[in-house]
Design a protein around this ligand. Structure first.
Ligand SMILES: [Zn+2]
Ligand SMILES: [Zn+2]
Length: 341
């Protein structure tokens, strides 16, 4: 059996470098040698608690779903000339057969799996196998340094798509972590006239200012002037309330952050009285990766300031500890597993 070096989560705060069996490349699939992986809030939940919401780690699992790499093997039906291509990985694999998928809404397929969502192994390993159409070619103008951030940018691209149009609108983004900061930039790229950003962490608000926020607000301190569109990116119950209360009549709220707690209460009366629209934004739907890559390639967004630390795969446990403990960290990136396999 061929094995790949991997950072394996065995339980809460227990990540060890080990080996996992290499997946076989089936028809329509490619093998990608992983070159970089960004750590995400969901990885941190699994690392800290051995669970994320209702999904519990019940067997040793490799985390990581934000990554890029190089195609090293193609399965039957995939052109062999894709070998050597540098690609961003779209980690969620829908069934592509159910009525939801066939209606073009594959990101909410109830039958899909996602790399790095236990029990499916993720990207903190030497290679991963995925459907060829979810390995998105990266042009040379997207440098390795930010290529693992295509995935969170695709989340932002999808979110602004869900609440479009934004041209000329006044927008509120609650939460200035990597997703909030990417969403801020996506809203500006879509022509938003003003983007207000709120968070509780000062350094994150500074980053938002540097990236073009019109106004930054310390969450919980004072009111936000009314906005046309609010994008809730924090997952905090208080922020959800702020976002809902900040909308103008007829406004639109996009829910991007994960609200797993039962305490998230939405002021339902506002929905009816002011004809507000609430739209869930889950991962990335059709076209989001393509948009993200094209914006990065044409420098319409700048993700470099979001990367605040880099570690080799062998130091994944240290990287996860840092990301968990230090709230000034935005995106901690694990650099390529090249040479580790
Ligand atoms: Zn993520
Ligand atoms: Zn499906």
């Amino acid at each position: 059996m061929i094995e790949d070096t991997a950072a394996v989560l065995h339980g809460p705060r227990d990540v060890r470098i080990g080996a996992v069996a290499r997946d076989a490349v089936r028809p329509g699939q490619v093998r990608v040698e992983i070159r970089g992986v960004g750590l995400c809030g969901s990885d941190l939940h699994y690392f800290a608690d051995g669970r994320n919401g209702s999904n519990v780690v019940s067997q040793p699992t490799v985390l990581g779903h934000e990554g890029f790499g190089v195609i090293t093997e193609t399965g039957p039906g995939v052109p062999a000339d894709r070998i050597g291509e540098r690609v961003a990985i779209e980690p969620a694999a829908p069934c592509l057969r159910c009525p939801t998928c066939l209606a073009g809404r594959y990101n909410v397929c109830p039958h899909g799996t996602c790399l790095g969502s236990p029990p499916t192994h993720g990207l903190l390993r030497a290679s991963a196998v995925l459907p060829a159409q979810f390995a998105h070619p990266l042009p040379d103008s997207v440098p390795d340094a930010v290529a693992s951030l295509v995935e969170p940018l695709a989340v932002a691209c999808w979110a602004v798509d869900r609440v479009s149009p934004l041209a000329g609108r006044r927008v509120l983004v609650t939460g200035a972590g990597p997703i909030g900061l990417a969403t801020l930039q996506a809203a500006l790229a879509e022509g938003a006239a003003e983007v207000v950003v709120s968070d509780v962490v000062e350094s994150r608000l500074r980053a938002a200012s540097d990236l073009g926020a019109t106004v930054v607000v310390v969450a919980g301190e004072g009111d936000v002037e009314p906005v046309d569109v609010a994008l809730e990116c924090s997952g905090s119950a208080a922020a959800l309330k702020t976002a809902a209360n900040s909308l103008r009549p007829g406004g639109v709220l996009g829910l991007v952050g994960v609200h797993s707690g039962a305490e998230a209460v939405f002021p339902v009366q506002l929905l009816q009285r002011w004809e507000l629209d609430v739209r869930g934004c889950f991962r990335y739907g059709p076209g989001a990766f393509r948009t993200a890559i094209s914006w990065l390639a044409r420098a319409r967004v700048d993700l470099a300031p979001l990367v605040t630390a880099r570690f080799p795969l062998a130091e994944s446990a240290r990287a996860l500890e840092l990301a968990l403990a230090d709230r000034s960290q935005l995106k901690v990136v694990i650099d390529g597993s090249k040479g580790n396999s």
